[in-house]
Design a binder for this molecule. Structure first.
Ligand code: FES
Length: 137
């Protein structure tokens, strides 16, 4: 099991290594929270606020736990006719999230249907998936 201590010991405790350590911790744990920032602050000898200030400059470093997301798209006949496969491809290519294909939900007239963490979206298009998923990412 990888721990935060394992990660920080890969870096000399010099200020120039704070950013690479932050990036690695965010990549491994998904975000840099209070606990991680506290350990980094002690190790690098800086205030915790400096750790968060540094982290906040980079989009790739998350400082809050990111929501887990389950995206499902109907792959039954009526939704497929309305281009659900191109929606799946758009999500997987743009967001690098694997979409779970599901069978008809009985809302065929409103298709294509997408379900995100249990919430149903109707008449989804390749462009509307972006605004919908921005709520979750
Ligand atoms: S075919 Fe998709 S909801 Fe029925």
């Amino acid at each position: 099991m990888i721990t935060i201590q394992n990660i920080i010991l890969e870096f000399e405790p010099e200020m120039e290594n704070l950013l690479p350590a932050l990036k690695k911790i965010s990549a491994v744990f998904g975000y840099v929270g209070e606990k991680e920032a506290n350990v980094l602050a002690d190790y690098f000898g800086v205030p915790e606020s400096k750790v968060f200030e540094t982290a906040s400059f980079y989009d790739e470093i998350k400082t809050e736990k990111q929501p887990e997301i389950l995206i499902q798209v109907c792959n039954s006949a009526n939704c497929t006719v309305n281009d659900s496969f191109s929606i799946i491809k758009e999500i997987e290519n743009s967001f690098k999230i694997k979409v779970q294909e599901i069978s008809c939900l009985g809302r065929c007239a409103e298709g294509p249907i997408m379900v995100v963490n249990g919430k149903i979206y109707e008449k989804v298009t390749k462009s509307s998936v972006h605004s919908i998923l921005e709520e979750y990412l």
